[in-house]
Ligand binder design. Sequence first.
Ligand code: NAI
Length: 338
Amino acid sequence: PSDNLQMEGSSNLKRENCRAKGGSPGFKVAILGAAGGIGQPLAMLMKMNPLVSVLHLYDVVNTPGVTADISHMDTGAVVRGFLGQQQLEDALTGMDLVIIPAGVPRKPGMTRDDLFNINAGIVRTLCEGISKCCPKAIVNLISNPVNSTVPIAAEVFKNANTYDPRRLLGVTMLDVVRANTFVAEVLGLDPRDVDVPVVGGHAGVTILPLLSQVKPPCSFTQKETESLTSRIQNGGTEVVEAKAGAGSATLSMAYAAVKFADACLHALRGDAGVVRCAFVSSQVTELPFFASRVRLGRNGVEEIYPLGPLNEYERVGLEKAKKELAGSIEKGVSFVRK
Ligand code: NAI
């Protein structure tokens, strides 16, 4: 580590010991890709989370600066930075939760699948590190294409004999966050009072909002259903185009990632009734992975809920989603197996 990081480390150690004496509960969380567009605001928000006692920030660039900056926040979590592959193992050892926003984002005109060639290798390397250093950690995978990177992670963990499907979660929370916002706009409600289940996967038509199951109960015209579904499916592209080459969603994604990670930490702590949508190993459909509502517990996914009654529009959407998902899952699996 650089001098800067070492200095941070020794004063952090004292603080960590103080905390341990006080017996304050807390979890150890690593962010891989912590210096990126998502990583930085995600690191800031996790530093503010009272359930986090240790926060490890890993990236291949710029972690000394991000770590020094975040570490000055007067919140409880001890922050340490790790730079470059030779520090990956130290970054991961002892972690309870690993959040992965590492990899390249989209530019206008790109699909998430266009990111496959670069991000697949990054995710494979990071997951090999997890198998070795914290095989029991809960993994929140954000790197796109999520529909393929989750199967990649599963294959890596299988090869290392550390695979526990309950602990591997693809983060689709941003689709739910967007759906809540857009639906609330149409209904004239506060988005905090709206809950839209979004199932399937995390790309284009695989993002399937179940507008017939919105809470509070409501109904939409066919036109509203179509335009809301399309806006939710293309919410990411809306941001990519507005940023015009400067990347994809980072701030709303960091918010969504923290909302999801916080749910995982509450579940790890033993809180009951923690339910979120996530892309996980699943038997809800004939596909090996699928996003749907899951109940989280001390071991990750404790229960996967069925899709519930779908209307005709959603049944057609589900068939389209499954067709595209099957190919994306297969692409991820064969990347590792080949
Ligand atoms: P970014 O380019 O701003 O940041 C990515 C970071 O990953 C960079 O700091 C980079 O140095 C780092 N990185 C690259 N290779 C690495 C490696 N081998 N190990 C560790 N870190 C590495 O990109 P941004 O905007 O933060 O997006 C990150 C990923 O998240 C992209 O793949 C993007 O498509 C995805 N994403 C996923 C969403 C979701 O809903 N699941 C929503 C938005 C983005």
